[in-house]
Design a protein around this ligand. Structure first.
Ligand code: IMP
Ligand code: MG
Length: 180
């Protein structure tokens, strides 16, 4: 198994690039059939979803897609703090719009629950959530996930947009923390 070291921690490959791309293709097929012909604005949650959003949106090929970004941070090291910081706010007019939120991973669920609340608060007509990864065993909130790429165990991971203290986002595959 391929291993890498980021800062002080070792990680082992757990989801290959091929498996990630297959999951994205499945999500795109499902989303295209449900969203085609609708006016949709995609809201990418930065930083983690930048690679997933790019790959999914290219795969989707929706003619009239609008794309915007919200930058949040809640993780410190390998722990979710539950304490959300908004670093770039939501300035778009979402009144009456169909919004699809693009997230890299739903862990405790606090982030996505807060984003959904904000988007609804701005008067969106319809709000859907697409997440590449979901850790069902870590969930602490009630949240409706419309499109899920892969369900994964409750372990800390990096790669494909996800980081450990700023490193690992550029990896093509996903790696799981090896406990010391
Ligand atoms: P939640 O609010 O606990 O659901 O966490 C959501 C955010 O924490 C995600 O958008 C990620 O950016 C980050 N996160 C959650 N799990 C992991 C992980 O295993 N590795 C790296 N970042 C993670
Ligand atoms: Mg994120």
């Amino acid at each position: 198994m391929k291993r890498i070291k980021l800062w002080d921690k070792e990680f082992e490959i757990s989801i290959s690039e091929g498996k990630i791309q297959q999951a994205i293709k499945r999500m795109a097929d499902q989303m295209r059939s449900e969203l085609e012909g609708k006016e949709v604005i995609f809201l990418c949650i930065l930083n983690g979803s930048f690679i997933f959003s790019a790959d999914l949106l290219k795969e989707l090929e929706l003619a009239d897609a609008e794309i915007t970004f919200l930058k949040l941070a809640s993780y410190s090291g390998t722990q979710s703090t539950g304490n959300l910081k908004e670093l770039i706010g939501l300035n778009e007019n979402l009144q009456g719009r169909n919004v699809v939120i693009l997230e890299d991973i739903v862990d405790s669920g606090f982030t996505i629950t807060d984003v959904v609340r904000q988007v609804k608060g701005k008067g969106a007509a319809d709000v859907k959530v697409a997440t590449l990864l979901f850790k069902p065993d870590a969930l602490k909130t009630e949240v409706n996930l419309n499109y899920v790429g892969l369900e994964i165990p409750n372990d800390f991971i990096v790669g494909y947009g996800l980081d450990y203290d700023g490193r690992g986002r550029n990896l093509k595959d996903i790696y799981t923390l090896v406990p010391d």
